[in-house]
Design a protein around this ligand. Structure first.
Ligand code: AGP
Length: 518
């Protein structure tokens, strides 16, 4: 029996060869070819391990495979080719476990190891032997997982997503722990891999990621520009990996992947490495592939996240990026002591402000009843909150299956405004920053076309309550920190609408928690 994740690129050639040998196929899948290939070697006298090794060496493409055979029932053999799918091995008491994701192992084990690309594991009840596919030995170190088994249960919550949303104040505290000093104000990143000279040599940064991690990167870019004075671009990993990016050793590539196993981000990191860029990765899990490829890791410390929709990993990625931008600003001599002191002061209150946003959720239930049956939504934001509009739209579409688009509000007049009518709810992010007046006029434009506006605005903003149909209030905060706070209403709105529509919140259709194939 074979469990397969990936794409077996040359399977048609091998299938023909195996069919000629007499193997009978019952499907058109590439996966079915793998057990036949292994069986063919076993028929010629190979052990399960030898046959799997021989088969692995003939498979092209990125594939993660687990193999069992009735002929050797006390053994599981697994291998990983290219960046497809994680294989995590859990060390239990008198038992060994294999899974594609650490979440499945957590109720049973705390010590794990990850298979790297080109590696094989032969697992028996009490031990595991690691080799490369060419047969050479591998010395593997294990990682101790600090999240308790309890975190893999829903507890009092109806869904993991809601539980994970509620965990955000504590998760943010963990992210900040040991990184922010209040007296005197300072940011330290003990995990930071580059010397001060190296930091000063960087002439640009490029942030890469997918989905929610990309949206975190879009905000991170603006912080790096404004707090560190470093030119910064942001790109979707799946685009970056196939374009002719110009990189050198003075380019800092920052990848964001909570899972550390997203195939496109790993592909983009491989490209960056081959072109000599220096690499930093933000990740939630120690020992995953992205942490092995990068020169250094900034753990986001969100704790285990099970729901497919990323929530606390998004917020913790944002907080880590904010701290990183301030750190780079200090090291580059760009951030004044006064600005740093303000940043630190506000970070001190961040968990409390997030807690405040979570304290009463009745408004979201009401909004879900009012708007949950609409077919389309628009999300609008500007500046650092434009990526939050994208994130709000992504959260809503992935778990409630409502079509939603996130736009920089300035784009409205260039097309999307023609969509506005009385059936269109528009979620407008209207923090009191230097783009406030511009956002207000976007709200006016929507109202003039009879759209409904759900504004997300700072407490005490009287203008907005006169204009919008609904207002979700966020605590007053600096412009820099509003994207972190605005993440919470985006999550709760999507969550309650999905519940109202009876959707499978934690496991939306067609989606996987980590996308390990491109
Ligand atoms: C998040 O809600 C999504 N499920 C998805 O966009 C995700 O953020 C993306 O696949 C990237 O995952 P990563 O952070 O593990 O690389």
């Amino acid at each position: 029996m074979v469990v397969h994740n990936g794409i077996f690129e040359n399977y048609l050639d091998l299938k023909r060869e195996l069919a000629d040998e007499g193997h009978i196929f019952n499907s058109q899948t590439d996966a079915e070819c793998i057990p036949h290939l292994i069986e063919s070697y076993m028929n010629n006298g190979c052990s399960l391990e030898e046959a799997t090794r021989a088969a692995a060496s003939r498979i092209d493409g990125a594939n993660a495979v687990v193999v069992l055979s009735r002929k050797e029932p006390d053994k599981i053999v697994s291998f990983k080719l290219g960046n497809a799918g994680g294989i995590v091995i859990g060390y239990g008491e008198s038992e060994m476990l294999l899974a594609s994701d650490i979440a499945a192992l957590l109720p049973h084990v705390r010590t794990v190891a990850y298979l790297a690309v080109g590696e094989m594991a032969t697992v028996t009840r009490k031990r595991v032997q690691y080799t490369r596919i060419d047969g050479s030995a591998v010395k593997k170190s294990t990682a101790r997982v600090s999240y308790g088994a309890l975190t893999a249960t829903k507890g009092e919550y109806k869904h993991f997503m809601l539980k994970e949303i509620h965990e955000q104040p504590d998760a943010v505290l963990d992210t900040l722990r040991g990184r922010v000093q209040f007296d005197p104000p300072g940011i330290t990143l003990p995990d930071f891999p580059f010397s001060d000279d190296r930091i000063r040599s960087f002439n640009r940064a490029i942030i890469i990621g997918m989905g929610t991690s990309l949206h975190a990167g879009m905000v991170g870019r603006m912080w790096i520009e404004s707090l560190a004075g470093l030119a910064c671009e942001v790109d979707n990993s799946s685009e970056f990996r196939y374009r002719d990016a110009v990189l050198d050793e003075n380019t800092l590539v920052i990848s964001i992947s909570q899972s550390g196993e997203t195939a496109d981000t790993l592909g983009a990191m491989d490209l960056a490495k081959s072109r000599g860029a220096r690499q930093l990765t933000l990740c939630n899990y120690e020992g995953t592939q992205s942490t092995r490829v990068a020169d250094g890791v900034l753990p986001i410390r969100a704790g285990l996240e099970i729901s497919v929709a990323g929530t606390k990993t998004f917020v913790c990625s944002l907080v880590t990026l904010y701290a990183l931008a301030a750190y780079l600003g200090v090291k580059r001599g760009y951030l004044s002591e006064e600005r740093l002191a303000n940043i630190v002061q506000e970070l001190l209150h961040l968990p409390e402000m997030i807690g405040q946003l979570l304290s009463d959720q009745s408004q979201y239930e009401r909004l879900a009843l009012k708007y949950g049956r609409r077919a389309n939504f628009l999300f609008l934001g500007r500046g650092k909150n434009y990526p939050l509009a994208m994130e709000g739209a992504l959260k809503l579409k992935e778990i409630s299956y409502i079509h939603a688009e996130g736009y920089p509000a300035g784009e409205m007049k260039h097309g999307p405004i023609s969509l506005i009518d009385r059936k269109m709810p528009v979620v407008a992010l209207v923090p009191q920053d230097d783009l406030y007046e511009k956002m207000l006029s976007n709200v006016n434009e929507v109202k003039a076309r009879r759209g409904s506006v759900v504004a997300v605005a700072a407490e005490g903003d009287k203008h907005i309550s006169e204009k919008a149909d609904e207002v979700i209030w966020i605590p007053k905060a600096s412009a820099n920190i509003t994207p972190i706070l605005n993440a919470i209403p985006m999550q709760l709105l999507a969550y309650y609408i999905a519940v109202e529509r009876g959707c499978d919140v934690d496991q939306p259709r067609n989606l996987a928690k980590s996308v390990t194939v491109e």
